[in-house]
Write a protein that binds this ligand. Structure first.
Ligand code: F1P
Length: 358
């Protein structure tokens, strides 16, 4: 049964609110683009860097991949802790960067320190992307863009990831030619449809007492998403989880797979020719698989009992698809936490009191 109607916890409500919050993000896009235009032209910057910590860093990498293609120039997603300590690794002397500092709370220490360091050492300009105006990070940037439509109560970021991701995709597209505007504006509807059907597939995997480790595989535009899913699982359900690039996984990490693993794959079109080989190797270990997001008509391996597939019938390019799939990681982590009697709203503060029945 889909439990969307009876969830009481903030995390649950926030996961299931992501289509609605994203609709508001779409409707506020023009105002945000006008605000962003104060920092243009982009040609006046030597570098465009998105930064953040944790989920916000994963979000930064998803956005950086898409903006690189949209703006036809390199855009980087770099952890704030790297920028605050080793800026010279990422910027050459004389650089004039545009720094986009992402932080749901607007107060994360490393993000603050990274912005301060870059402003002091390089100048340039800084935009804060937060969920609440007048934040400490907003106060040291030239502009603050507050996504207050997705402000969250839960410690763990869920709907805010999706909304800010969509908002930043729209912004990058707006600063380019705006060619994807209508496709991106349709994303909330797709997210709502996906949310309505994903729980039935994801929940039994999350609650399966025979699964005790989680691997999320995604490359290119999906790497930030894969890492975000692993982070959700660890943060929310205190579980062993890791994100890897799809084909990199073959070279060492797959050795950890066994019959108690769940491997979630987010393949992209260029990886299609190699997918069956990878799935064969994963299948030999006994790991359960979930393949997310194959387009209708794609060649799907159907011969393995361990392959479950979620299909999403849409035409969005791969580099925007993390916005459609983020909820998969949210639901897996949420139901895993529930099965372990961990409060997903505040997981780090509670002891694990009930173990899975194994
Ligand atoms: C950063 C962050 C979150 C993460 C965790 C700890 O927060 O790393 O992304 O989920 O709860 O904090 P913020 O800078 O986005 O507020």
């Amino acid at each position: 049964m889909n439990s969307a109607a009876d969830g009481q916890q903030a995390t649950f409500r926030e996961i299931y609110n992501q289509a609605i919050a994203s609709e508001q993000t779409v409707s506020r896009h023009q105002d945000r683009l006008t605000q962003f235009e104060k920092l243009l032209p982009l040609d006046s910057y030597t570098d465009i860097i998105l930064t953040g910590c944790g989920s916000s860093y994963n979000l930064a990498r998803c956005v950086a991949f898409a903006w690189t293609l949209l703006l036809e120039r390199p855009v980087s997603g770099i952890a704030a802790s790297e920028l605050m300590n080793f800026p010279e690794r990422y910027l050459s002397a004389g650089s004039r960067p545009l720094v986009i500092a992402i932080s749901r709370t607007g107060g994360t220490t490393e993000v603050l320190l990274a912005v301060e360091r870059l402003r002091a050492d390089y100048g340039g300009a800084a935009l804060a992307v937060t969920c609440q105006a007048n934040s400490p990070i907003g106060n040291i940037c030239d502009e603050e863009m507050a996504f207050d439509e997705c402000l969250e109560e839960s410690i763990v970021m869920t709907q805010a990831f999706t909304s800010m991701l969509l908002g930043l995709y729209l912004l990058g597209d707006g600063a380019a030619k705006g060619s994807y505007n209508s496709q991106l504006a349709a994303a909330p509807n797709l997210i709502g449809r996906n949310l309505a059907c994903s729980e039935a597939i994801v929940r039994p995997l999350a609650e399966n007492p025979g699964v005790n480790q989680f691997f999320f595989l995604g490359s290119g535009p999906m790497k930030g998403l894969a890492d975000e899913c692993a982070l959700k699982m660890t943060e929310m359900a205190l579980a062993v989880a890791a994100g890897y690039r799809l084909l990199e996984f073959r070279h060492g990490p797959k050795a950890a797979l066994n019959a108690e693993s769940l491997t979630v794959l987010f393949p992209t079109a260029p990886e299609d020719p190699h997918l069956e080989t990878l799935l064969g190797e994963i299948g030999e270990t006994g790991s359960k698989n979930l393949i997310v997001g194959r387009r209708v008509g794609d060649k799907m391996p159907t011969d393995s009992k361990r392959v479950l597939s979620l299909g999403f019938d849409d035409n969005l390019p791969d580099f925007f698809r993390p916005v459609l799939y983020a909820h998969i990681g949210h639901l897996l982590a949420y139901f895993r936490a529930q099965a372990l009697n961990i409060n997903p709203d505040c997981p780090r503060h509670l002891a694990r009191t009930v173990l899975l029945n194994r």
